[in-house]
Structure formats: structure tokens, C-alpha cells
Design a protein around this ligand. Structure first.
Ligand code: SF4
Length: 84
């Protein structure tokens, strides 16, 4: 997923990048994960200041489930769903 930043988002520059299409987005690592994912625990390392689109994303909601289903269809192991 591409996390497109909004005008009000205040994210450190080293965590973001601009796409060829000119969008300001969260940067990704070599595996495609958002660079703000905490590699130790898998959570968001900038949770308190996370982008607006991340704040609106409903964990376990219809879009979340659709993304997980799509990922699972493309990858044998899928993503374990954890609700907190
Ligand atoms: S919640 Fe945090 S780790 Fe997840 S996509 Fe948003 S900024 Fe990245």
C-alpha cells in the first residue's frame, strides 16, 4: 500500500519520498514495507505522529480485509491478523 501524505502531516523527511508522479509518500524499505514499521515489534514507530491516512485506516475493516485477502492470494503464508 502507498501511504500518501496530506498537507497537515508532519513526518520527518528521512521517512518520506516523492514518487515520479509527484506524490509525497511514506518511504518503503527493500521489501515494500513502510519505513516507519518497527522491525522489532511490527508496530508503527511514529504512532503518535502517524499520517492522517493511517489514522483513518480501520484495522480489520473492509478495506483492511480486502488488502489482506489480496496479499494472501499472492503469497502462500499471508498476514496473521491481530486485533488489539
Ligand atoms: S501506521 Fe505507521 S508504519 Fe503503518 S503505514 Fe502508517 S506510518 Fe507506516
Amino acid at each position: 500500500m502507498t501511504v500518501v501524505l496530506q498537507a497537515g502531516d508532519r513526518i520527518a523527511g528521512h521517512l518520506t519520498e516523492h514518487t515520479d508522479a509527484g506524490l509525497h509518500v511514506m518511504a518503503r524499505d527493500e521489501f515494500g514495507w513502510c519505513v516507519a514499521v518497527d522491525p522489532a515489534g511490527g508496530g508503527c514507530s511514529i504512532y503518535e505522529s502517524r499520517p492522517e491516512v493511517c489514522r483513518r485506516f480501520e484495522m480489520g475493516g473492509p478495506y483492511c480485509q480486502a488488502v489482506r485477502e489480496d496479499y494472501a492470494n499472492r503469497n502462500a503464508r499471508g498476514i496473521p491478523l491481530q486485533m488489539f
